[in-house]
Design a protein around this ligand. Structure first.
Ligand SMILES: Cc1cc2nc3c(=O)[nH]c(=O)nc-3n(C[C@H](O)[C@H](O)[C@H](O)COP(=O)(O)O)c2cc1C
Length: 175
């Protein structure tokens, strides 16, 4: 089963990147890191689709049996970096594909708006955005070890297990 995780934070030192690397390592998911990517600002020009970075990006998502979208909440929404990257994709990559959502907030009950914006965009891409979703606050991180503390790690595990259940069904359906 192929899982792909997109780190939707543009910040190299971002917390969303910590969560994404943790999940990538723990669950063998391919990491597409938007803090370290040459995906350009979407212009709609045909030549952008000839760029290796865009072709590789589209292929990775196309081949995935499950996708994890992660984003910081910025001003009550997903990051611009993630939305820009998703604009290079379409239902060709996502139809019926299980997608799990994880938001990283500044605390104070943030995060739900990033989740909702990812869910709306996922639906527009014709993805199967699963019901379970997660917000991580600043206290959830083990900064020294580039990971998560124990309780959030268990919540992530439950999220990924649910995604894998749907991804297994999707992989069987694809055959
Ligand atoms: C431009 C900007 C806007 C933000 N807006 C929100 C917000 O609306 N709600 C919230 O909970 N946190 C907000 N935050 C805090 C971030 O969500 C939080 O710092 C998160 O850890 C950022 O993820 P990152 O470290 O991967 O960039 C904002 C941070 C920035 C830089």
């Amino acid at each position: 089963m192929k899982l792909v995780i997109i780190n939707g934070s543009p910040r190299k030192q971002g917390r969303t990147g910590i969560a994404s690397r943790f999940i990538s390592k723990q669950y063998g998911a391919e990491l597409i890191d938007l803090s370290n990517s040459e995906i350009p600002l979407y212009s709609g020009e045909g030549e952008q689709y000839q760029l290796n970075v865009i072709q590789d990006f589209r292929k990775s998502i196309e081949e995935a049996d499950g996708v994890i979208l992660t984003s910081p909440e910025y001003h009550g929404s997903m990051s611009g970096a993630l939305k820009n990257a998703l604009d290079f994709l379409s239902s060709d990559q996502f139809t019926h594909k299980p997608v799990a959502l994880l938001a990283v907030s500044g605390g104070g009950k943030g995060g739900i708006n990033a989740l909702n914006s990812m869910r709306t965009v996922g639906r527009s891409l014709y993805a199967n955005v699963i019901s379970k979703q997660l917000v991580l606050d600043p206290h959830c991180f083990d900064y020294e070890n580039d990971g998560l503390t124990e309780e959030p790690a268990l919540l992530v595990e439950a999220l990924i297990e649910e995604l894998k259940m749907y991804a297994t069904a999707y992989a069987a359906m694809k055959k």
